[in-house]
Design a protein around this ligand. Structure first.
Ligand code: APR
Length: 264
């Protein structure tokens, strides 16, 4: 494991890593969205640190907790709704389009990978998605706008119109069961990859943070790009300690195969 000094060197290392892999999984955290203006969860001063997260069991048990959770969500949505995918999202989307990236395993809930044009079936969301809601009983989908209209009129969120169940943002809260299908797809992708690139994650939340290690144990090489140290740095072939997107190559690198096909 070695850390990179210069920016140009970092870009060259990332490009070389990409060119040397056939089947890459990209694992993303909130650090890829800060460039787009969406704050991450643990950098000091983040608005996410203002409130203690509402545990899932409290949300289910108490209407007061549900009202507070929706109030916070609408406030955050109002601040960040206008933001779109950034350069790092576009770089990742180019990797998927190249055929080299088999899956994007993300902890992010901001829907920016979808908005960058990556097909839904290549995105694996470990912590859900905050752009819609789900009934906790029948799992029916509910649109945020409908919930907000009811909330602003009545002062509390609606129950599920299909079954009367509790409706919650489709994100995974602390204490909530992880999505089994997403975890299965993520594990499958990681164990079939020959390279994993972690972008912008503190890698402190499990079981998400266990996934890159699962890939390494199955023989994959690991590259981490993050502003700060992570608990997985020692397992990485290379750690780029720097900012996204500055440390990324300007374009998704062509492999030797691509270069020969594109010709002179
Ligand atoms: N370039 C490089 N690294 C960055 C940048 C940037 N522009 N911006 C932030 N970072 C780094 C931060 O230094 C931090 O180490 O990205 C990391 C983001 O870490 P977290 O804020 O902990 O976000 P994440 O790893 O995605 O959190 C995982 O924790 O709270 C839960 O469910 C939530 O999905 C989230 C999970």
């Amino acid at each position: 494991m070695h850390e990179q000094g210069s920016l140009a060197r970092a870009r060259d290392v990332i490009a070389a890593f990409i060119r040397s892999c056939d089947r890459i999984v990209i694992f993303t955290g909130a650090g890829i969205s800060t460039e787009a203006g969406v704050p991450d969860f643990r950098t000091p001063g983040s608005p996410w640190l203002v409130h203690k997260p509402i545990p899932f069991q409290d949300y289910i048990a108490s209407e007061e907790a549900r009202i507070e959770a929706w109030r916070r969500k609408f406030a955050m949505d109002d601040i960040y709704r206008h933001l779109g995918p950034g350069t790092t999202h576009q770089f990742i989307a180019a990797g998927v389009a190249s055929g080299q990236v088999s899956a994007v395993v993300t902890q992010n809930i901001d829907n920016l990978h979808q908005r960058s044009g990556i097909p839904e079936d290549r995105i694996i969301e470990l912590h859900g998605n905050g752009s819609y809601a789900r009934c906790m009983s029948c799992e029916g989908r509910h649109e945020i706008e409908t919930i907000r209209a009811h909330f602003e009129h009545h002062g509390y969120p609606p129950a599920c119109d299909a079954c009367g169940g509790i409706v919650k943002s489709a994100t995974i809260s602390f204490g909530q069961k992880m999505p089994t299908d997403a975890l299965r797809r993520a594990r499958d992708a990681m164990t079939c990859a020959d390279g994993v690139i972690v972008l912008g994650s503190s890698l402190v939340v499990r079981p998400a943070a266990d996934l890159p290690i699962m890939a390494v144990e199955a023989g994959a090489r690991l590259l981490i790009v993050n502003r700060e140290k992570t608990p997985l740095d020692s397992a990485a072939e290379c750690v780029i300690r720097g900012d996204l997107p500055a440390t990324l190559p300007e374009f998704w690198p062509l492999t030797d195969m691509d270069a020969s096909v594109t010709g002179p």
